[in-house]
Design a protein around this ligand. Structure first.
Ligand code: ATP
Ligand code: MG
Length: 475
């Protein structure tokens, strides 16, 4: 009864309540489950749909057409909404997916000893002048002044900030190193051509890790450790990324790799050698080079989205800011650094770009905002009697599969046919869609289960559904 009252009172009182249970305050939706807490119903989800292409701004700031599949699908199903050029509202479903991605990233970074920090976005111009990047980054840097006229930029990356932080510690010992410090924060870049939705924004989420080692040898080990963690992360997401040699660009350093997700809308091009493991961004190759520098075999070229980037920095930043530690001889020495970026919002969009069909979103299983959607029969249909079974199934899943609590939605729009709601569910890409159709009236009742990851449709009893869902991994 307690759950019932909490569930009902949270809603605006309206005229219809189909439960008519004692103590049930009239409300609009099937929201109360006696003693079981709230049910998540689709009709109450905030899911603004952006169907008109002219609502999206082109790089020139004019309204224009949607430029790629992930952007179109994400707008259509209400994952994102454009706020201004290159800036997007992340809507509730997208935030759920993002938070899952951040949890997977946290797990992988902490498994290799990463410690999470959170640095201010407001970065002092003094630090950026010291590294000479205040001028070097030109128009890409978003600059502002405070009321005292002091200059800042909105952080596009944080090498300066983290190195100054380490430099402020005067008694660091080699015994404490390496430090692997990372954060997941918003980054700001006034990109010349923001486009493709979350793939290239002006404000986006990045995971950036900075490592501090006591020698070049251990720093290289750390570098490989982080690269391996990136490969492991993409494997867990089911994304087939290629690690390619890359240019160090304005970040600097002596060695760099990109993690590229091969797909046609990608703005990068990389060369692959089918005979050996060589791969490199074409920017790093000699223009005339058509053969593999390692085995001389012919190279093939592929387009890709850069989802991650790693740099071996050496002492480039530690020498500027004097980030030192006390070495095993008791002398001060400069820390050997690495920095490692993952485009968090970009990974989300890139995954949708490579996994989805033209009309239907497909998620990496771990990132799906909700794992299952239950579709009860249409009001007034022959199967209507099975409606209660679906409610019971919902409560039973919450009880029997604890990891799926809060992961299952009930599509309570029973004024729509099952077919229409299935079409929506298919477009949205829930890993499991569970329907109470004709066979739900059999004894025992059978539910129709659509499994997105295996592309199968199976009929299962309540116990069968529970067994299937028990195997779902949730992060
Ligand atoms: P790009 O060449 O695509 O501009 P970058 O080399 O400037 O990328 P880094 O500075 O290495 O990128 O940033 C780390 C990661 O942040 C990138 O690998 C990418 O995944 C992500 N990223 C960079 N710029 C953007 C952007 N404008 N929007 C979304 N993600 C971005
Ligand atoms: Mg860039």
């Amino acid at each position: 009864m307690e759950g019932l009252l909490t569930g009902c009172r949270a809603l605006p009182p309206l005229a219809i309540c189909s439960h008519q249970l004692p103590g049930c305050i009239p409300h609009r939706f099937h929201y109360c489950a006696p003693g079981k807490g709230k049910r998540l119903v689709l009709s109450r989800m905030f899911q603004p749909q952006n169907l008109r292409e002219d609502q999206v701004l082109s790089p020139e700031g004019k309204s224009g057409s949607l430029t790629c599949k992930s952007q179109r699908l994400m707008l259509q199903v209400g994952l994102i909404h454009q706020a201004s050029l290159g800036c997007y509202h992340l809507l509730p479903y997208a935030v759920r997916a993002m938070e899952k991605l951040m949890r997977v990233i946290d797990q992988e970074m902490q498994a290799i000893g990463g410690q999470k920090v959170n640095m201010p976005s407001l970065c002092s111009a003094d630090l950026w002048r010291a590294s000479n990047r205040w001028d070097l980054l030109g128009k890409e840097l978003l600059r502002l002044q405070d009321r005292h006229g002091k200059e800042y930029c909105l952080g596009p990356t944080h090498e300066e900030a983290i190195t100054a932080l380490i430099a402020s510690q005067k008694t660091l010992s080699y015994r404490q190193l390496p430090f692997l410090l990372y954060q997941v924060t918003r980054k700001f870049r006034d990109e010349p051509r923001p486009r493709f939705g979350l793939l290239r924004g002006r404000e986006f989420y990045m995971k950036d890790m900075y490592t501090f080692d006591s020698s070049p040898e251990t720093a290289r080990q750390t570098y490989n450790l982080v690269c391996d963690a990136y490969s492991g992360l993409f494997d867990r997401l089911g994304l087939q990324c290629v690690k390619v040699q890359a240019d160090v660009g304005s970040i600097g350093g002596t060695m760099s790799h990109e993690f590229q997700l091969p797909v046609d809308v990608g703005e990068d091009r990389f060369a692959l050698c089918p005979s050996c493991s060589f791969s490199a961004n074409v920017e790093t190759l000699d223009l005339s080079q058509t053969n593999c520098p390692a085995c001389q075999g012919p190279l093939t070229e592929t387009k890709g989205i850069e989802v991650g980037h790693t740099f071996y920095l050496g002492t480039k930043y530690s020498s500027i800011f004097n980030a030192q530690f006390i070495n095993d001889h008791g002398n001060l020495a400069l820390a050997e650094m690495g920095c490692y970026g993952l485009g968090v919002t970009r990974i989300l969009a890139a995954a949708i770009e490579v996994l989805s069909t033209e009309d239907c979103i497909r998620w990496p299983g771990l990132l799906a905002p909700y794992q299952a959607c239950l579709i009860p029969p249409k009001k007034g249909s022959r199967e209507e009697a099975a409606e209660e079974l679906v409610g019971h199934l919902y409560d039973h899943i919450a009880e029997a599969v604890p990891q799926l609590r809060g992961e299952v939605l009930l599509d309570d729009r029973t004024h729509l046919t099952i077919g229409n709601r299935l079409k929506d569910a298919n477009k949205f890409g829930y890993p499991f869609v569970i329907i109470a159709g004709r066979k739900a009236l059999e004894d025992p009742a059978h539910f129709e289960v659509w499994c997105q990851n295996t592309d199968e449709v199976v009929f299962l009893t309540r116990e069968g559904v529970i067994e299937l869902l028990s195997q779902v991994q949730v992060v």
